[in-house]
Every structure is written in C-alpha cells, then in structure tokens.
Design a protein around this ligand. Structure first.
Ligand code: SAM
Length: 287
C-alpha cells in the first residue's frame, strides 16, 4: 500500500484492527511522506540487495524497501501488527515478516536463509528505548552487512556519529568507529511522526568496515578500558580507568605514559590508536 503516511488511512486501518499505540515499544510511526523514500535510497535498498528491517509499524518503510530491494525481511515484536501488515504489504511477494524481538533473533541465520547471493543492509526507524543495544548488537555480532541506516533520536545520532577527540565523543562513539564509518545524513522533525515524540530525530548511516581501524591484542580488553575511561568523564583517563577497573593508579599511569599519552589526558582527548596502545600496555602490566 502506498498511502501509509496518510493519517486518515492509518486511522482507518488501526480502528478496523483494534490497534492502539504502545509507548513502551517505542511506537512512533512516520507520517511525513518524504522520509521513508530517503531512508530507503540512502540505505542501499536497490537491486542485488536484501534488506533487514527492524520494527515495521504499519509497514510504511517496509513498503519503500520492498519496491527497491530484491528481498526484505522485517522483524517486528508486536504481534498485533501482523494482521495489519498482511493487509498493508499484500502486494509485495518479496517481504517476509518475522514476529520476534530483534535482540533475540539470530540474524546470521536470517541472512543465510533469505539472502543467498545478495548483498545485505539494515534499515530501520528504531524504537528509541533500545537504540544503542540494537546498534551494538548488530555491530558486535559481525553480520556480513554493508550498512546500517537508521533513524535515531537526534542527540543519540550526534553521539554515535561524533569524531573521536571531541566533546560529544563517548565510549559508544569509539565502539561504532571500530566497526564502521558513521555518517549523519539528515534531520527529521518530531512532527513527522504519529504520535509525535518529545524530541527531534535524525537518520544516520554506519558504513561497515572490512577491517578495524586499529590493531589491538585483546578486543574485549580494549573496549573495557574505553568504557572504564568514559565511566567518569570529569576525571582523567588514568583516574577513571584505575577506579572503575580496580587497577593500581601507578600501573595505569605507567601504561599511559609508555603509550606516549600525557597522564593528565581526559578520555575524550584520546584517539582510537592511543586507546589501543594504552590498552595493550595495561594488559601487559596486569598479565
Ligand atoms: N518502521 C515504522 C515507521 O517508521 O513508522 C515503525 C517505527 S517505530 C519507531 C518502532 C517499531 O519497532 C514499532 O513497530 C515497534 O513495535 C517495534 N519494536 C520495538 N521493539 C522491538 C524489538 N525489540 N524487536 C523488534 N521490533 C521492535
């Protein structure tokens, strides 16, 4: 169905199906007709691609993805939307809807079963209550995908796409940049949704890297040090890592200095390469 941004059409479908919005599931559906075609175009929805969508709502983005890509697999947690989608996506024979929680779905298996011979990308207007866990799950599970193009809260988008070494940078910025090259694409006002949320949004694209930008001896430890460093932002990286990881301050100071970093540096001043050197030196010292 093409007119799924028309409020009267949506209201009619929902009243026939007895559907009401769930705030807990982050259900703010897009009603601005220019947004979904743009997400689909930026999101690699094109011939030769299979698209994973997370959270279909009424199917407004699913419809735009299905028109452009070879196949779409959409994961939607709310079973009340399944009969709605049977109606709104009826004209597409290249869409499979899986009624499940995306955090508990084996997306490697989905790709294997549905997207043989295709490149794969993820597109979504994400539920805001679970944005970062979904993104980190997609990245850390090292799915064979080209890109993740998602709508997120504006503030989250700024942090996810921040440059390392800037004030906006946090632990999640480093994690995102380890797996991908992020881009902030465009802003979307709160009035583009029904019901309207209290904040504006933006669409970001994470272009998945083939290789990480830095080499580390222990990836898990690298991320532990980064999370430790940012756990108390006002402190120096040394103090923060020492107290959050329970490691003697002198050892941490020595590791930082051997990595060529000033011991007074704050976490947001460190580059990925500096965190890598710091983590490797610290690992050596405590092993
Ligand atoms: N794509 C639609 C749109 O743009 O209008 C809906 C977006 S709405 C912000 C988020 C959607 O994600 C809702 O349909 C909600 O039910 C679904 N959702 C929430 N948590 C989910 C989860 N853990 N797994 C899969 N879908 C989820």
């Amino acid at each position: 169905m093409d007119n799924l941004t028309n409020i009267n059409v949506i209201k009619d479908i929902f009243s026939r199906h007895g559907f009401t919005f769930s705030k807990a599931l982050g259900q703010n559906f897009i009603i601005n007709p220019s947004v979904c075609p743009k997400i689909a175009e930026y999101g690699n929805a094109k011939k030769g691609f299979g698209i994973i969508e997370i959270g279909t709502g009424v199917g407004v983005l699913t419809n735009e993805l299905a028109k452009r890509a070879d196949k779409v697999v959409a994961v939607e947690i709310d079973e009340r939307l399944i009969p709605v989608l049977n109606e709104t996506l009826a004209e597409h024979d290249n869409v499979t809807v899986i009624n499940a929680d995306v955090m508990k779905t084996d997306l490697h298996k989905v790709i294997e079963e549905h997207f043989q011979g295709l490149d794969v990308a993820v597109c979504a207007n994400l539920p805001y209550y679970i944005t970062s866990p979904i993104i980190m799950n997609l990245l850390e599970s090292r799915l064979p995908i080209k890109s993740v193009t998602v709508m997120v809260q504006k503030e989250a988008g700024v942090r996810l796409c921040a440059q390392t070494g800037t004030r906006e940078c946090g632990a999640v910025t480093h994690a995102v940049r380890y797996y991908s090259e992020p881009e902030l694409l465009f802003n979307v006002s709160r009035g583009s949704f029904m019901p309207a949320p209290n904040v504006d949004s933006c669409v970001i694209r994470l272009n998945i890297r083939e290789e990480p930008p830095v080499e580390v001896s222990d990836e898990g430890f690298y991320f532990k040090v980064i999370r430790g460093a940012f756990s108390q932002r006002r402190k120096t990286a040394v103090n923060s890592v020492s107290s959050s990881m329970g490691i003697d301050k002198q050892l941490v100071t020595a590791a930082v200095e051997e990595a060529g970093i000033q011991s007074t540096a704050r976490p947001e001043q460190l580059s990925p390469a500096e965190f890598a050197a710091f983590a490797d030196k610290l690992k050596e010292k405590i092993s």
